[in-house]
Design a protein around this ligand. Structure first.
Ligand SMILES: [Zn+2]
Length: 403
């Protein structure tokens, strides 16, 4: 399994210049390769292989105009070719959109494999730089000097902050002790999540306020003249507000997912078509704020690490309209109905808790079928081998600048 540790980095002026030049070269190689791929496909109907792009890069370095590409480490340039190759494979498989051109205004990254960096004790030496790169390690459970990363990623956010990410191949960790408990989760708009235990996880209110701030700074920036100093200042405020929203959301999702994985051996969620629902513009803001997709991703990798089972049931399962006590299925239940009484057994239901109980029951059915050798039930499927192998350990704590 691969884990990534992301930390704030503080490059000196010389290092910052080297990395900035590298970002520029990575961007150029990505964009030029993308343009040529595009032309090959649309003019001649040809697909481009990784080998061809690599050969083209070697050729560019020999021309007078692009000889400067040899001045930066060749590793990040090669890595960007690999990433683009993978991006096209994903695109052709229908998993992602067509790869886009990179701009200087977005987040900049450079990927270094083992030949282009060196870890000595807790010092990180990057290719083409002369002094170790300063960074702040904030993961208490891992000793930095024992780190043996297979890849190091240097990045710079649009707000000018630098980061270094260490990708580490880890042994599968010890599974958590059995909790003797299973939880069904109903994800929603009003509450972020309601569990089959009857617990409600409210959407973090502070996120809303931060999002409103962000919108205000964006409007302010739009009123400033392009290229002016005021515009630049307004832009920095937007970037900072963005980061605050991002961090607050990540923090909330991490706390919620970790807590659930600790408490239950089996967690059952619905396969929400997040993308489809985001098309509904009125709900779009709330849902993207809620971060369901990211929440599911976190549950997946945390469950896998802890040896827990995550069951994802079909999104068409009528979890809200079914009575969890007797199985009676209502013909209709409007979104605004928060409580209802079952006409079959007269049980009074809270809409969301009832849904969560049904989700749990459906998940149990799948888990049961699985243990008896039948992997897939009608209308339900288990999330298993398709679990992502990589997981990003997001830094969510406040980072202090080193002395
Ligand atoms: Zn009933």
């Amino acid at each position: 399994m691969r884990t990534a540790y992301k930390c704030r980095a503080y490059p000196g002026p010389e290092q910052a210049a080297v990395f900035s030049r590298t970002f520029g070269c990575v961007r150029l190689v990505w964009n030029k390769t993308l343009a040529e791929r595009h032309a090959a496909y649309h003019q001649r109907g040809e697909k481009t292989s990784y080998r061809q792009t690599d050969a083209a890069l070697t050729g560019w370095k020999k021309t007078e105009d692009l000889a400067f590409l040899s001045e930066v480490s060749s590793v990040p340039l090669q890595q960007t070719l690999r990433h683009q190759h993978a991006a096209f494979a994903n695109f052709f498989a229908g998993r992602t959109k067509y790869p886009r051109f990179k701009t200087r205004n977005s987040r900049q990254t450079a990927h270094y494999t083992r030949s282009a960096f060196r870890m000595k004790n807790d010092e990180l030496h990057m290719a083409k730089t002369t002094t170790p790169l300063r960074f702040v390690w904030s993961f208490d459970d891992v000793e930095v000097s024992t780190l043996n990363p297979t890849m190091v990623v240097i990045s710079r956010d649009p707000d000018g902050r630098w980061y270094v990410t260490f990708a580490v191949d880890t042994d599968t960790p010890e599974p958590l002790e059995a909790a003797g408990h299973a939880i069904g989760i109903d994800l929603g708009i009003k509450d972020f999540a309601v569990t089959s235990d009857g617990e409600r996880v409210a959407n973090p209110r502070h996120l809303e306020g931060k999002a409103r701030n962000l919108a205000r700074y964006q409007r302010r920036m739009a009123r400033r003249e392009r290229g002016s100093a005021n515009r630049r200042k307004a832009k920095a405020k937007v970037a900072r507000a963005h980061r605050k929203v991002r961090n607050a959301r990540a923090d909330f999702l991490h706390r919620t997912s970790t807590n659930l994985v600790r408490r239950a051996d089996t967690i059952v969620i619905e396969d929400l078509a997040v993308k489809n629902m985001v098309k509904n513009r009125k709900l779009a803001r709330v849902i993207s704020d809620a971060g369901w997709g990211e929440f599911r991703r976190q549950l997946e990798y945390k469950a896998e690490r802890a040896g827990r089972t995550l069951v994802v049931i079909d999104r068409w399962y009528p979890s809200s309209k079914t009575c969890s006590a007797c199985g009676h299925l209502l013909a209709e239940l409007s979104l605004s109905t928060r409580h209802w009484t079952c006409p079959g057994c007269r049980t009074r239901h809270d809409r969301d808790i009832n849904a969560a109980k049904n989700i749990l029951a459906a998940g149990r059915a799948v888990a049961g079928e699985r243990s008896s050798g039948d992997a897939c039930g009608a209308g339900v499927r288990r999330q298993g081998s398709s679990l992502p192998q990589s997981a990003l350990k997001q830094e969510t704590r406040a980072v202090r600048r080193p002395a």
